[in-house]
Write a new protein. Structure first.
Length: 342
């Protein structure tokens, strides 16, 4: 094999000790985790909003953004449960490009995973300390989860990962809600099978141990649109799509039926400015059908301080260096709109 050891990475236990989560923040996270679970169980009628930049590449801008969310949260917290997106791993279609803070703590420099783990932990802890909001991230690499699982209130499994057996098995042992996206093919059956696997118990190899899990009853669906054989984006947030997923939930007899809709990616055809319109349609459709109102209870939105996106070397504060996002003014209006219409 052509593997070459670049550096030895400390164990998760060592890293969690070196960049430790303060006890008062652990309490905040535990309380938010339990509130999220009550929402998924149907014991709270709050609507979940997972919102933030496509990628978290700048600690100052991310913490600034999350603190702005915290101020809005105080105004809408009776209606919405806001979870900041703090995504530190990024899937790359061709394997090229910025792979996230875990790989590149400085987007203009090469990979340094040890420094990246320390940097993302410090960023998460600072964001929680300043906002009292705990975040969401994507589990792109299951073996990396142990370095951040004490920080996160929500974990997403991406469209390219949802068919992977290791992602499904690891999800079954996670103790916070996990959203399973439909695959890029758009096949809802794949997504439902992933949820079933994540809600089931398993024994498997994880890192250097044989482990067993009891299943994650909070695993659920995320609709993110699909791509057809011609490479064209196909949305799946319309009334008929949502109704079909509700029917499939009934058929599969899964625990805690819960649907989140990703308003960007293939659903918006990556036209970021379409997200508010898509959100409005979803909220309207929830009023037309009791199943939709009961099950469709979350939205995922890509948003940052400045709208659009930029190249890494452009250095515009608070502007995405990966997918384009709506800006802060639009975000603030949209959150208040959602609070009024859920």
């Amino acid at each position: 094999m052509s593997f070459k050891c670049v550096q030895v990475i400390p164990s998760p236990e060592e890293m969690l000790s070196e960049v430790a989560m303060p006890e008062n923040l652990k309490k905040i996270k535990a309380e938010r985790d339990e509130e999220f679970k009550r929402i998924i169980e149907g014991k709270s009628d709050k609507f979940v909003v997972i919102i933030g930049p496509c990628s978290a590449s700048d600690e100052d801008a991310v913490c600034d953004y999350v603190s702005r969310l915290a101020k809005v949260n105080e105004e809408v917290k009776d209606k919405l449960f806001i979870v900041p997106r703090v995504y530190t791993n990024k899937p790359r279609t061709t394997g090229e490009g910025y792979k996230g803070m875990l790989h590149q703590p400085d987007p203009e420099k090469g990979a340094n995973i040890l420094k990246g783990i320390k940097s993302l932990r410090k960023m998460h802890i600072r964001a929680i300390s300043e906002s009292h909001l705990t975040a969401a991230d994507e589990m792109l690499y299951p073996e990396n989860l142990a370095y951040v699982d004490d920080l996160l209130t929500y974990i997403a499994i991406g469209a390219r990962s949802v068919e992977n057996q290791q992602h499904r098995l690891v999800s079954s042992g996670i103790d916070v809600p996990v959203g399973m996206k439909n695959p890029t093919s758009g096949d809802f059956t794949v997504m439902m099978n992933s949820i079933h696997a994540a809600q089931s118990s398993h024994t498997f190899l994880y890192r250097d141990q044989e482990v067993s899990t009891t299943g994650n009853p909070y695993a659920h669906a995320i609709l993110r649109g699909s791509v057809n054989k011609h490479g064209q984006s196909m949305p799946n947030y319309h009334y008929e799509d949502l109704s079909l997923v509700c029917d499939m939930y009934h058929k599969h007899n899964l625990e805690n039926p819960f649907i989140v809709v990703d308003a960007n990616h293939a659903n918006s055809k990556k036209i970021y400015s379409e997200q508010p319109r898509i959100v409005a349609e979803i909220l309207h459709n929830r009023t037309l059908n009791t199943d939709l109102h009961k099950m469709v209870r979350g939205i995922m939105i890509e948003s940052f301080i400045e709208e659009g996106n930029q190249k890494v070397e452009e250095h515009v504060y608070g502007k995405s260096i990966t997918d384009a996002c709506i800006g802060w003014d639009t975000t603030e209006r949209l959150l208040h709109y959602m609070a009024e219409h859920v």
